[in-house]
Design a protein around this ligand. Structure first.
Ligand code: PEP
Length: 249
């Protein structure tokens, strides 16, 4: 059974004291929900966030990790470091990691394997650029990203994989894929996984939509049968907005 998930990616926002304020407010206002709720503060504030959220149903997750176990990788963080502070889920392949930090499909595939080998859960992000959508190449791009990033995985590890379809043209732009566009792509993603693996894996994987999800559009997007939740950027930085999005699911 796939789960519903609302995850907030805070990116490079919030100091430690701001993190405390935001997570405390979120914990206090968290509605009853059958969705998993997650927040991804920046690395240096993960330990603090875990501590502030002790006893809360909100999971603290990481925005990224390196594929190596340890070693000379200045500025990087390993899977063991995340596990050591109680983190069980990591986002891999966010479009900002791909476009700003040059993470290729090959690097991302190594990260996914490294995370899964350590039994971390992976939220794997992918999605097409505006030119791909305009030229009608978006299905090919998404299919290639899935193939390069994930299709070397053994079927049994798919229970630890969550997908986040994030059309790059909708991230931080205020422009959202229509609920129909999201549903169409999520259906395509499930079909692609089913063709590569089987129906059971395709049906059981949670597929989140990301790209300018806000309180005023969340309900419509989440109402689509193949949209299992959202990866939320900007709107996750405000407690009331994030809570409204959680309520929408
Ligand atoms: C994101 O960065 O994953 C994202 C979806 O951002 P926003 O909600 O701000 O578009």
């Amino acid at each position: 059974m796939r789960s519903k998930i609302v995850a907030g990616n805070w990116k490079m926002n919030k100091t430690l004291s701001e993190t405390e304020v935001l997570v405390t407010e979120l914990a206090a206002k968290l509605p009853d929900t059958d969705a998993e709720v997650m927040v991804a503060p920046t690395y240096v504030n993960l330990v603090g966030a875990v501590r502030y959220l002790e006893g809360s149903a909100i999971e603290v997750i990481a925005q990224n990790m390196h594929f190596a176990e340890s070693g000379a990788y200045t500025g990087e963080i390993s899977a063991d470091m995340l596990l050591g502070i109680g983190i069980e889920t990591v986002i891999i392949g966010h479009s900002e990691r791909r476009s700003i930090f040059g993470e290729t499909d090959e690097i991302l595939a190594k990260k996914v394997i490294a995370a899964l080998e350590k039994n971390l859960r992976v939220i794997f992000c992918f999605g097409e650029e505006l030119e791909d959508r305009k030229s009608g190449n978006h299905f090919n791009i998404v299919s290639d990203q899935l193939k390069d990033g994930l299709f070397n995985l053994k079927p049994e590890v798919w229970s630890k994989v969550v997908l986040a379809y994030e059309p790059v043209w909708a991230i931080g732009t205020g422009e959202t894929a229509s609920p129909e566009q999201a549903q169409e792509m999520h259906t395509f993603i499930r079909r692609t996984i089913s063709n590569e693996y089987d129906d059971s894996i395709a049906e059981n994987v949670s597929i989140l939509y990301g790209g300018s999800v806000k309180p005023n559009n969340a309900q419509e997007i989440f109402s689509k049968p193949d949209v299992d939740g959202g990866l939320i950027g900007g709107a996750s930085l405000n407690a009331d907005d994030f809570i409204a999005i959680i309520k929408a699911i």
